[in-house]
Design a protein around this ligand. Structure first.
Ligand SMILES: [Fe+2]
Length: 315
């Protein structure tokens, strides 16, 4: 797309720097606008309601990080703009400790969900618009990510978690797909979808989970699709919990206007290393090298010989 003969290099996002055999890819098509889907991802407080709503902090064993998000379901947010996009830090005080969740939005459509310790969790998601009403979510994760336990003290998973067979990556754990078709939007469609009410179980919803919908991914899918393909924003009353969404919309609009009015190329297009800031840049180089990958798998801008064939290292 666009006037360039060669596509720009892919951004130097850490999971994309790894060798292909160390990464897990997961695709999922979503029937709504790409920004609507992305905004669900950067809304940090939804985990305490949509996914974990029926669980009490004391139901989880000591050491499970989800306890913090359940003991205090009302995070405070600090949001800033960065060279690559926006970043939030959401904090909650629980038992005299501060629990932080950090997560960025990076141009044009990348997110990194706060899944755990930075060193142990490498994960990025792309929310790629197929048109105004359809989005392809692409989840790229390191195979070595530390496993997360979601089990309750009694050894069982909360209702809505892990109701389906394991499929590999954490995002795909509870997902089953319809057969692909030759339709323009015929790939990576979830079996749980609006036509079957996402296989909602009303009895489970009454007694055991807020949604009654099996699977974390399907819950996210349901909540962003069921708003309609593009929700009417006239009805919104944004508040403190929406600061990241407000700032991200503003950053996107500013970049779009700068491109339209002054021809300013949006962040990251010509500088794939923009996504590696400060100490993280050095850390990333070291870790990529240790795992057998390197920045030069990605981009001619950082020394890959042989021209702009950046997709080769991405799988
Ligand atoms: Fe979610």
């Amino acid at each position: 797309m666009g006037p360039r003969a060669e596509p720009p290099a892919l951004p130097a996002l850490e999971p994309a720097l790894l060798p292909a055999d160390q990464t897990l890819l997961f695709f999922s098509e979503r029937d709504c606008n790409w920004l609507q889907a992305l905004e669900g991802e950067i809304d940090t407080s939804h985990i305490s309601f949509l996914h974990w709503g029926s669980v009490r902090a004391e139901d989880l064993p000591e050491g499970n990080i989800a306890r913090y998000a359940l003991a205090n379901r009302r995070p405070e947010l600090k949001v800033t703009t960065t060279g690559f996009g926006t970043m939030y830090g959401a904090w909650r005080e629980v038992d005299g400790k501060i629990y932080w969740r950090f997560s960025p939005f990076a141009f044009p459509f990348w997110t990194m969900p706060p899944e755990g310790h930075f060193i142990q969790h490498l994960l990025v998601r792309a929310w790629v618009p197929l048109d105004d009403y359809h989005t392809m979510m692409i989840n790229l994760a390191w195979k070595g990510n530390a496993p997360r336990s979601r089990k309750l003290k009694n050894g069982e998973l909360p209702a809505g978690f892990g109701d389906r067979p394991e499929n590999g990556s954490s995002a795909a754990r509870t997902v089953e797909f319809l057969p692909n078709t030759s339709d323009w939007f015929g790939r990576w469609r979830l079996r749980q979808n609006a036509s079957n009410d996402y296989e909602i179980d009303r009895e489970v919803q009454r007694t055991a989970s807020f949604t009654g919908i099996p699977g974390i991914h399907a819950q996210d899918q349901a909540i962003t699709e069921s708003m309609g393909p593009i929700v009417d924003h006239e009805f919104e009353h944004l508040g403190h919990g929406d600061l990241m969404i407000i700032q991200t919309r503003r950053r996107l609009v500013q970049a779009a206007l700068a491109l339209q009015n002054e021809g300013t190329i949006p962040p990251g297009v010509d500088d794939p290393e923009l996504y590696l800031q400060g100490p993280r840049r050095r850390l990333c180089h070291r870790r990529a090298a240790r795992r057998g990958g390197a920045l030069h798998h990605l981009s001619p801008h950082v020394g890959r010989p042989g021209g702009n064939r950046a997709h080769a290292g991405f799988r």
